[in-house]
Design a protein around this ligand. Structure first.
Ligand code: GDP
Ligand code: MN
Length: 388
């Protein structure tokens, strides 16, 4: 589960990391009120689950209310890499002397944690990583040893941080590591970590990915209201016994068996589309299971078409067909369903579907043609002429 910046900062704050005061705002009026309380100058920041907001015009300094009103108005509704901005974070502005980078993540191949620190943080970090990888100092941390103050100090020195920033940065690394470990994060990243003109080291941006499987030992996650919409759907699916993972695309996928579900995701990409989810209904795709699966996918606002790819072995295609018909009766399914049913009782299944004569269902003979059709439907603009 990825947190947006301000949720990440609130998470950091629990572990004592120095963040600037700020408030979330969903409207220009709320932004004005927040800035009034914080005091100008402030930074207006788009809260979307993607990086590169600064370059996309989603991070702006405002010296007074007129500037704030203009920036808040412009940034709300902005499309940043397909994410529409609905929430802002208004933060007291910092006078920056230097921008650094710091992160912890899991290095799966080394089977160790990996700390990365650079003196060249900021919006160009990707370019730095590509063109001058030496500018990023790395340190593997064995979870059994943890991170000592000495190791943190050595790392920031090796990264070339300015001498006056080193102590503050090393202290931040220790807290960040604690947040990463005790907080059950898969990634914690600060970019930029700044040295202020007053000589303080502070956290100006936060990227946090939490390990969903650790949710059971973090009741505070629910309190912090950090459950994303996709996570909520994943929970609903789990409660219905479905194995569902939300993805970024627009074609909803239902298949039986993890292998077929993965292949379906691949075939959708192969024909130029992208899957909105992975959903394996397993070996018991009966009427209720199919109805549940359609209900879960129907709840995803980014789904534009649904591809049902079932190969009947033990699963009977006629049961699947009945499930779809039942779901159509019970739930108001907003997308068209492209159906590829093959295997046990497929003939009977097609008879059931034909009898229904719903214009919501389209049958296709092969997995490839079904994927093509679903991708085609997903790329047709909706009734409002855009994403739902
Ligand atoms: P990102 O582009 O999505 O990574 O968004 P960031 O939160 O990292 O902001 C992008 C850039 O905006 C930073 O690298 C800073 O240069 C600048 N920025 C962010 N906050 C402040 C601030 O408080 N004061 C100043 N002067 N610049 C800021
Ligand atoms: Mn950043």
């Amino acid at each position: 589960m990825d947190l947006v910046e301000y949720q990440g900062k609130q998470y950091f704050a629990r572990y004592g990391l120095p963040i600037s005061p700020g408030e979330a705002a969903d409207t220009v009026a709320e932004a004005q009120a927040a800035a009034g309380r914080l005091g100008y100058p402030v930074v207006v920041k788009a809260q979307v689950q993607t990086g590169g907001r600064g370059k996309a015009g989603g991070v702006k300094l405002a010296a007074n209310e007129a500037e704030l009103t203009e920036h808040a108005g412009n940034i709300l509704g902005l499309d940043i890499k397909g994410h529409i901005v609905r929430r802002l974070w208004i933060e007291k502005a910092t006078d920056i002397a230097k921008e650094y980078y710091a992160s912890f993540t899991l290095d799966r191949s080394a089977k160790l944690h990996l700390a990365m620190v650079s003196a060249r943080g900021g919006v160009e970090i990707e370019t730095v990583a590509e063109e001058d990888p030496e500018a990023i100092a790395r340190l593997h941390v064995n979870p059994l040893d943890g991170l000592s103050m000495e190791a943190a100090a050595e790392l920031v020195e090796r990264a070339g941080l300015d001498p006056e920033a080193r102590e503050g940065a090393a202290e931040i690394l220790i807290k960040l590591y604690e947040c990463y470990i005790d907080g059950d994060a898969d990634l914690v990243e600060i970019n930029p970590l700044v040295l202020t003109t007053d000589g303080e080291v502070r956290v100006l941006d936060a990227k946090v990915t939490l390990d969903d499987d650790a949710a059971f030992r973090h009741p505070e996650w629910a309190e912090m209201d950090i459950m994303s919409e996709a996570t909520e759907r994943e929970r609903l699916a789990k409660s219905k016994g479905l194995s569902y993972i939300a993805l970024d695309g627009s074609v909803g996928i239902i298949a039986n068996g993890a292998g077929l579900a993965m292949s379906t995701v691949d075939v959708v990409s192969q024909v130029g589309g992208s899957a909105a989810n992975f959903l394996d209904v397993g070996g018991a795709a009966d009427v209720q299971v199919m109805a549940n699966a359609l209900e879960v996918i129907n709840g995803d606002p980014s789904v534009r078409s649904i591809l049902v790819n079932i190969f009947g072995g033990i699963v009977r295609c006629d049961d699947v067909a009945r499930g779809i018909v039942k779901a159509l009766e019970e739930v108001d399914i907003s997308s068209q369903i492209v159906l590829r049913l093959d295997g046990t009782n497929a003939v009977e299944a097609h008879r059931i579907i034909d009898e229904t004569a719903s214009d919501k269902i389209i049958s296709e003979g092969t997995m490839l043609s079904a994927a093509r059709r679903a991708v085609e439907l997903a790329s047709v603009p909706g009734p409002e002429g855009g994403a739902k």
